[in-house]
Write a protein that binds this ligand. Structure first.
Ligand code: SF4
Length: 294
């Protein structure tokens, strides 16, 4: 496959294709090739694209509804142009397996060589109405290969139970799928590299509501750099860009932000606030009020 060596051109094309994706345009068709250009890249150019090599200008645009848009600038243009293997697969469980296979023994970011034992892909009901997203696996999750299985996971289980649900009713994943060393916060490039897989998971699960657990998950999903106090207490319209659904009737999810369970373990006084967030979600989903609080 031809390689684009110019970083500016690669970045500009990636940004432009994402722009078209946000407009709902995903399919690009081949035309005749010219010397020195790949067929697919040429197609992108021939779509009357004005190459913009100043991504900072886009930072000044109006706030996006979703974050899942256009953050990675060093992305392989061919990954955007080529259909993902799960596209058109109507069974969410089968589609998730295809995404997991596509992820493979991932070495896309530096977290693969910083002590991870295994990739923690995600767990739960592929048909879930409710999805929880944390920031990344910790030691317990790394050891067991499942998100939220340690003490924080136990608290999340209690939160889910308090909502009148079981853990197996929801889907749980993280922004990054490999444990950051020492449980440090995942870095921007790591999140940008890994989160497209989370977006694809969201697209095939088609949840009604996503709950971002903690500021890192919220900021990565929403691309809003704000304190938790401002992020919580409302719903956001969330449509993952850069990944498309086979189901045109799915118009995205509502996204709510609450505290990460690990934070609630450190500061249990905030459990009441987290419970307000969950009640907001329950009301939206029409869940029966639980008999006891978290
Ligand atoms: S964190 Fe994600 S992108 Fe990075 S190596 Fe792990 S699976 Fe790959």
């Amino acid at each position: 496959m031809p390689i684009i060596t110019s970083p500016d051109l690669r970045r500009a094309l990636a940004e432009r294709v994402r722009y078209y994706n946000e407009l709902g345009i995903y399919d690009f068709y081949r035309r005749e090739t010219r010397e020195g250009l790949s067929e697919r890249v040429l197609t992108a150019i021939e779509l009357d694209i004005t190459v913009n090599t100043q991504p900072e200008q886009r930072e000044e645009m109006a706030p996006r509804k979703s974050a899942a848009v256009a953050k990675p600038v060093d992305e392989n243009i061919f990954e955007i142009l080529n259909p993902k293997p799960e596209y058109g697969v109507t069974d969410p469980g089968a589609a998730l397996k295809l995404i997991r296979e596509d992820l493979g023994d991932c070495t896309r970011c530096k977290l693969h060589q910083q002590g991870r034992k295994q990739i923690v892909f995600g767990v739960g009901n592929p048909h879930a109405d409710l999805m929880f997203v944390g920031e990344g696996p910790g030691a317990d999750e790394d050891a067991q290969g499942e998100p939220f299985v340690g003490r924080a996971g136990q608290l999340l289980n209690n939160m889910i139970k308090a909502m009148g649900l079981r853990r197996e009713d929801v889907y749980i994943a993280n922004v990054v799928k490999c444990r950051p060393p020492g449980n440090r916060t995942p870095e921007r490039d790591e999140c940008d590299t890994c989160s497209p897989f989370l977006m694809r998971q969201i697209v095939v699960i088609k949840p009604k509501v996503i709950v971002a657990l903690g500021a890192v998950a919220a900021k990565n999903l929403l691309a809003i750099n704000a304190p938790m106090a401002q992020l919580r207490g409302r719903f956001y319209d969330f449509m993952p860009a850069g990944a498309r659904s086979s189901d045109p009737s799915w118009q995205g999810a509502k996204l709510a932000v609450t505290y990460h369970p690990a934070f609630l373990l450190r500061d249990p006084r905030q459990k009441g606030e987290a419970w307000k967030d969950l009640q907001m979600v329950m009301k939206y989903l029409g869940l029966k009020a639980p008999k006891q609080n978290v």
